[in-house]
Design a protein around this ligand. Sequence first.
Ligand code: MG
Length: 361
Amino acid sequence: MNRRQWMQTLAAAPLAAQGAPPKPVLDVGIVRLNLRHTWTTTMSSSQYRDTLQVRYTRDGVTGIGEGAPIVRYGEDAESAKRAVLTLRDLVVGADPWQFSKLMAQVFRRLDGQFAAKAAIDIALLDWVGQKLGVPLYRYFGLDRRDAPVTTFSIGIDTPEITREKVREAEPFPVLKIKVGLDTDEATIAAVRSVTAKPLRVDANEGWKDKEEAVRKINWLEKQGVEFIEQPMPAAMLEETRWVHSRVHIPIIADEACLHPADIPKLVGAYDGVNVKLDKCGGILEAWRMIQVARSLGLKTMLGCMISSSVSVTAAAHLSPLVDYADLDGNLLIANDPYSGVQVERGKLILPDRPGLGLKPA
Ligand code: MG
């Protein structure tokens, strides 16, 4: 057979004989992330977190996604994994270039399970970015130089360990301090005995009495605190409005603000919203929340759960849009499987590689 005959044979061969493109694959697994320090907030205390990892492979490219199920909303890794499996046929059978249409279908098909939705959304957008050869921040028309400083979070602990954690966080110009138990004054005093840097404080709904909340916030105002996150329970909107009119630093909603539709009613009670991919269900929904909040004159913040560089890097690609970032979940764990967004003197440095821009750690 000469070369010409061989070419003709190839052209005539049925697709299957040449090897049809393999079918798309959606894999899902649970990854146990070990914490560097036992992590305590008003809600729980833990040494590890299980997150959901999704891999979407098509045409030789694999997009990676992650979701951290939030216990407060009845989610856990096992149920999140089952949720992804119920959507497998839908996702594998869809055109990934129609990711917006596909995610709308995912939201219609699945109640709750926002970590599962986020994991699928992130994997799809990572795939799309890689196929286009553009980093996600560029896909969204953003300038990576606008990425903000991230805070580093200090969980609730004894004064001694708090001081040690604050010393370890020396490279970060701004810290986020968790309070909301009956140790608040001692915690802030421990922090202030080691550093004078600006603080942001998160009470995680810890103060149930509006007068107590005002007292604590007025005290924090004198301690160099820039803002207070979720001082009172999410359901206590009117009490928070009462508190808002009596304090002098911004109040940021976290547990009170999960989805775009939650935002309008917060105006007048809160000054800003903390957007998290795991609360709202991914990058597309987070982008929408940021736009809604800004259009209502609210400050915007991107936060995260304890998760690997997959989820934190996904959020970081939107960070040039927001006023504040608290994207340190990957820095709190000891076994990050990937490397993505970096932090230099607190500033988020977005990867310039296509998609999320992840590399194995
Ligand atoms: Mg919070």
